[in-house]
Design a protein around this ligand. Structure first.
Ligand SMILES: Cc1cc2nc3c(=O)[nH]c(=O)nc-3n(C[C@H](O)[C@H](O)[C@H](O)COP(=O)(O)OP(=O)(O)OC[C@H]3O[C@@H](n4cnc5c(N)ncnc54)[C@H](O)[C@@H]3O)c2cc1C
Length: 291
């Protein structure tokens, strides 16, 4: 039976799920938390509520609605996506195969402010281990982050790089560090190199040789995830057409992660559109498999 996986349980993700579920397609919604709306106290510009409603209430109402229609909710963090004949969504706790995938992960946070980081993007600074790890075969690399996502990226790099160091930039490490990966919790002063990165300099004056630094702060953002499949991104947004399709067949994106008007009404519309297009995609694939 076809399965659609939706990453994100905000207005875009839930709206998509309402369509896929009502089309009779098994739907898994993976979300880490209440997203942007979890931080919003009062909403009074969204249709249908005579009194202001809190963001958390709105999210919970949406979740209940999708549950009533049969959605399978998973509370977990997505750390990777790959394609192996079928799309596979990887979380910290498991893997979820998908016949179509909708990314509805909100807007991507900006990169940390570290001297040299922006200037060296594409010249040693990367945002995707699975995309760029190949260029650092046999080299010393580092991953900037302090959670499960950073460890996922470090493990990916460990397959090919000479050494991998996770740099927490003064933050506490929140995930356990597997054997083979070094950990450095010092505060970073700068990323150095001209024209390409060659070292990370710390506030205490010491340094670490590194030809690649992979940024994996906090939770994997929408563009981080999209990049893993080779989907086109533009700065911090996923590039989609009018049907919410990315350039990868079966991969859709909706809500704040596609840029434009960062509002609930737009997220709900795009979720509905991505849901209806994903339905068409899985139905066409099922039909093609029969002939
Ligand atoms: C302070 C503030 C006030 C706002 N007020 C309003 C308002 O009054 N009216 C209005 O219309 N809009 C308002 N907005 C904007 C509105 O909140 C967003 O436009 C809307 O929430 C976008 O919905 P979304 O589904 O795209 O993303 P989000 O609501 O951000 O949901 C993202 C989902 O993705 C999940 N996620 C992300 N990464 C991962 C991962 N790696 N693994 C698993 N899950 C992941 C999150 O857990 C979450 O469930 C406000 C925003 C802010 C910041």
């Amino acid at each position: 039976m076809a399965n659609i996986v939706i990453v994100g349980r905000g207005p875009a993700g839930i709206s998509a799920a309402l369509y896929t579920l009502r089309a009779g397609i098994s739907t898994t919604v993976i979300g880490k938390d209440n997203g942007t709306l979890g931080k919003v106290d009062k909403i009074e510009n969204y249709y249908g509520f005579p009194d202001p409603i809190s963001g958390s209430n709105l999210v919970q109402t949406g979740i209940e609605q999708a549950k009533r229609l049969g959605a399978d909710f998973v509370e977990d963090e997505v750390v990777g996506i790959s394609y192996d004949g079928r799309l596979i969504v990887k979380t910290t706790g498991g893997e979820y195969p998908a016949d179509a995938l909708i990314l509805a992960t909100g807007s991507t946070r900006s990169a940390p402010r570290i001297k040299g980081l922006q200037e060296l993007e594409g010249h040693g600074v990367s945002y995707c281990a699975v995309c760029d790890g190949f260029f650092y075969r046999g080299k010393e690399v580092a991953v900037l982050g302090n959670g499960d996502y950073a460890i996922h990226e470090a493990l990916e790099l460990l397959n090919t790089s000479k050494s991998v160091t996770v740099l927490t930039n003064g933050k506490k490490m929140l995930a356990s560090v597997p054997e083979g990966i070094q950990l450095c919790t010092k505060e970073i002063h700068s990323l150095d190199g001209d024209p390409v990165l060659n070292q990370v300099r710390f506030q205490d004056g010491s340094s670490l040789n590194a030809e690649g630094v992979f940024v994996a702060m906090g939770v994997a953002g929408s563009t981080d995830l999209a990049r893993k499949l080779g989907a086109e991104v533009d700065n911090n947004k996923i590039v989609v057409d009018e049907n919410m399709s990315t350039n990868i067949p079966g991969l859709y994106a909706a809500g704040d992660c596609t840029g434009g008007l960062l509002q609930i009404a737009k997220a709900v519309y795009e979720g509905a559109k991505a849901g209806t297009e994903a339905i068409k995609f899985v139905r066409a694939a099922a039909k093609a498999a029969k002939v």
